[in-house]
Design a protein around this ligand. Sequence first.
Ligand SMILES: C[S@@+](CC[C@H](N)C(=O)[O-])C[C@H]1O[C@@H](n2cnc3c(N)ncnc32)[C@H](O)[C@@H]1O
Length: 315
Amino acid sequence: MTLNTSIKVIEQKTKMSQTNTKIQTIHTPVLLQEVLDTLKPLKGERYLDLTAGYGGHAGEVYARTSAAMTLVDRDDNAISVLSKKFQGQVGGHGDVTLLHSDFLQACRDLVQEQQTYSCILVDLGVSSPHLDKAERGFSLKSDGPLDMRMDTSQELTAEYVVNHYSDERLANILQIYGEEPKARRMAQAIVAARPINTTTELANIAKRIWPGHSKVHPATRLFQAIRIEVNNELGQLEEALPLMVQLLQPGGRLGIISFHSLEDRIVKQFLKQRAGDTYDAEMELVNKKPLTASKNELVTNPRARSAKLRVAKRK
Ligand SMILES: C[S@@+](CC[C@H](N)C(=O)[O-])C[C@H]1O[C@@H](n2cnc3c(N)ncnc32)[C@H](O)[C@@H]1O
């Protein structure tokens, strides 16, 4: 067996800490079979994964195709895991390039370099390790600092949003990014409770505003809103989508997995414009309706519950 995969880690923003990164690899890729069935990666093709995470999808694509792959993630822990996972890959003829970057910047750079790909995958949102590690501050179930940054070198944290934004700005975020019915009241309660230091303190504010039992945790919408703001998740997606199309070769496939209606709406509307029924549309839809998880998948991976996969092909 030969070692012929060259791993090139390009750190665009920070110096990655190799020494004190405690690696957490537990993330089960969602809709894996559906991704393979619709993106149909083939041997010799070029694969771009803009949210490569822990390499669940990418690893399977590589195992089938030995494709030349560019794997992007803004989280340095994910990049560390990917560099270990693909270090010493054997038997392929493809290169693996890792980019530690947000996907908007990565798309800009790749467009500038005139790179093109046969398959592009975007599996949005956070990974299981983000939610499982209390110190990342994403989880409303375990106590942690108010962080919520996917890229820990970024300046804006949840702590800043929660303790420094005006109540009006907070209310807007809660309304738009959280679709929180009691946005204004919640924003005022946050301002009144400052300083707020931990995820538990923040979650308790939502609990006081929504007393009693409900199926979803009362702070779910609040946490979603703050997380989207901290990571500019919707802005990244809106700006990067047109660049993704530019990065597709003729016949290339773009797959996007979203986890909530705000993301899915952006993807759906974009694809409606670009893959409409007109003769001059640049793309065509591979699946008219989004694909969702099978019952079997939901048994083993409840995180797939809200996942929707939309795929379109460049003409
Ligand atoms: C759902 S996980 C992807 C999991 C991956 N498909 C796998 O199978 O392991 C989402 C990943 O995307 C990354 N991410 C989210 N938004 C990003 C962005 N705008 N730019 C770059 N990476 C992003 C997160 O850090 C996370 O690792």
